[in-house]
Design a protein. Structure first.
Length: 295
DNA sequence: GCCAGCCTGTTG
DNA sequence: CAACAGGCTGGC
């Protein structure tokens, strides 16, 4: 399930392979996976940049060097099981490959970029330049967690705006901060010592600031370890990440907490599987709230 | 604000 | 064979 660190790893792995290559066209095996906005009828052009925003990856195309006009953008969201795989020689499209881009290079034989997605939740968009926001999900994205735009004041305001929702649901909301999924959410809450089912209004300012720092650290660590491959995530060359070795709570239920030795538990919060240490992450509801929950 | 549903392979 | 996995949308 590519989250921000996995998409960033895919971006970094594909960049040296794709820059300067010409996209000659595409084959679409599953039309429902491809979304076209605006007038991108003929998709050709030279790759000049790969960008990431939240969990979205963008591949920017321009015309040739003599005509440096930005032509269009290929945008991808991997959702649960999406993969973008580079092939330096022809091979039959694998099962669950929904879109294949044909790439050419004057010094090399034909190569391919396959969008493969077992569960078909992912999407590929063909967009005019600068029109990522045509996708409503992209348009609503909050700040990048590692950027200066995600300020303490901004995070505190978002917390205040949703007093009764749980902190877990808030962190997973892409409008609050972009790119966090279930893995890094649970890991950040553990590092901050905050129970995932805590109501936002019960968090102190200090806890909120600690949590923001924990999110930044866990996202940066995830990128540093080339993402998490506990099931089927791989980068653009099929390489696995290593962050699964650093996980403290995610999918660690029944194991001992690395800090206190208690057994890690798995519960459901907001309909999502949620992992935490019952000793390091206490609910700590106020008396007032506890009475409300009982009535 | 919650959660079913999308989809398919894996697990119990 | 049903339950489960998780990101996001949309219907309540």
């Amino acid at each position: 399930m590519p989250e921000l660190p996995e998409v960033e790893t895919i971006r970094r792995s594909l960049t040296p392979l794709l820059l300067g290559k010409r996209v000659e066209g595409l084959e679409v095996y599953s039309p429902d996976v491809l979304i076209e906005y605006g007038k991108v009828t003929v998709l050709t052009g030279i790759v000049f940049a790969l960008r990431r925003r939240g969990k979205y990856l963008m591949i920017d195309l321009r015309e040739d060097k003599s005509r440096p006009k930005h032509l269009s953008t290929i945008m991808v969201h991997f959702r649960m099981t999406g993969k973008l795989l580079y092939k330096d020689h022809f091979e039959e499209a694998a099962k669950h490959t929904h879109v294949r881009f044909h790439l050419s290079d004057p010094l090399q034989e034909m190569s391919f970029l396959d969008f493969n997605d077992l569960r078909r939740f992912g999407k590929v968009w063909l967009l005019p330049p600068g029109e990522e926001k045509l996708d409503p999900g992209f348009a609503r994205l909050g700040p990048e967690p590692l950027s200066d735009e995600w300020t303490a004041a901004d995070f505190l305001a978002q917390i205040k705006r949703r007093p009764r929702s749980t902190i877990k649901s808030l962190l997973l909301n892409q409008e609050v901060v972009a790119g966090i999924g279930n893995i890094y959410c649970d890991e950040a809450l553990f590092r901050a010592g905050i129970h995932p089912a805590r109501r936002n209004q019960t968090l102190s300012e200090e806890e909120v600031l600690n949590l923001q720092q924990a999110v930044r650290e866990v996202i940066a660590d995830g990128i540093g370890h080339q993402g998490t491959s506990f099931s089927d995530y791989v980068d653009g060359l099929g390489n696995k990440g290593h962050f699964q070795l650093q996980l403290r709570v995610f999918q660690q239920e029944g194991k001992k907490c690395s800090v206190c030795g208690s057994e890690i538990e798995k519960i459901r919060v907001g309909g999502r599987g949620t992992h935490f240490c019952p000793h390091c992450q206490q609910l700590g509801v106020t008396f007032l709230e506890a009475t409300k929950e009982l009535s």
